[in-house]
Design a protein around this ligand. Sequence first.
Ligand SMILES: Cc1cc2nc3c(=O)[nH]c(=O)nc-3n(C[C@H](O)[C@H](O)[C@H](O)COP(=O)(O)OP(=O)(O)OC[C@H]3O[C@@H](n4cnc5c(N)ncnc54)[C@H](O)[C@@H]3O)c2cc1C
Ligand code: FES
Length: 261
Amino acid sequence: MTIERNARLREVQSWGDLFRFTIEAPAMGQEARPGQFVMVKVSDGAFPLLRRPLGIHDANAGGIELFFKVAGQGTGILSQKKSGDRLDIIGPLGKGFTISAATKGKKVYLVGGGRGIAPLYFLARELVKAGTRPFVLYGGRCRTDIPLRDRFEKSGIEFLCSTDDGSFGFAGLVTELAAIELAKAKPAMIYACGPDPMMKALASLAAKHDVPAEFSLESIMGCGIGACWGCVHRIRNGKGNGWVKICEEGPVFPGERILWP
Ligand SMILES: Cc1cc2nc3c(=O)[nH]c(=O)nc-3n(C[C@H](O)[C@H](O)[C@H](O)COP(=O)(O)OP(=O)(O)OC[C@H]3O[C@@H](n4cnc5c(N)ncnc54)[C@H](O)[C@@H]3O)c2cc1C
Ligand code: FES
């Protein structure tokens, strides 16, 4: 884990209320694994006091990228930052997705809903490096909600889009698209990130098709480093059910351990 109090925001790209930040943070970029997150101080002042958790959208030797949607005041303040501004970030934090030798040469599905696509681009790139074949199912409410499709296209990563209103790609929920694709071919693994109802539906699809799955959970986080107990979630463990801190033990968990709300 690194604390970058003065990381330079190199590039800002935006699509309505969705933003992509490229941040110079070499140590963080080299350490980051897909599914991990950072805690960002969104303002130089006292408000808001708490940092905001954001998944690592991509990482390399030069730094990290974030992809976020404006959800409230904190992300609203963050979205005002300009290229050249400085950011105070802590990370990488948490435990990310499993990239296993067992899926080498095999196809795996990555299912992202809305801003939940954020960590899946980095994951897809790392899977390709590991010799696994990622197939991304990218869903949003409408075509403007899925701006990263160009990025997947340019990277040569196989993907399909869905929109709830039918304005681009498959017309319907991304879980409906996943059900169709699962009926055609069984992947070696499913990775997902998105709203809870989407992931819950996907967890039952994965169980029905007997495919192992990992899900990135969200929670409101006070500290991101295991100190405040603000992020607890009930999880199955060997002895029964228990509360775990998502920031420390997650945010990624295997499907069979998650007790969906
Ligand atoms: C591990 C992790 C990774 C995340 N990665 C991303 C990412 O890559 N991109 C992205 O856009 N967002 C991501 N989020 C969600 C993001 O942290 C919240 O949207 C953000 O903290 C909201 O802050 P705010 O001050 O703008 O909104 P607030 O004013 O604090 O809240 C606005 C609304 O959003 C809800 N909210 C706040 N925090 C969360 C949360 N963590 N999960 C769900 N609802 C929340 C509040 O209940 C409220 O209804 C992630 C969350 C976690 C826990
Ligand atoms: S966010 Fe503080 S313990 Fe997890």
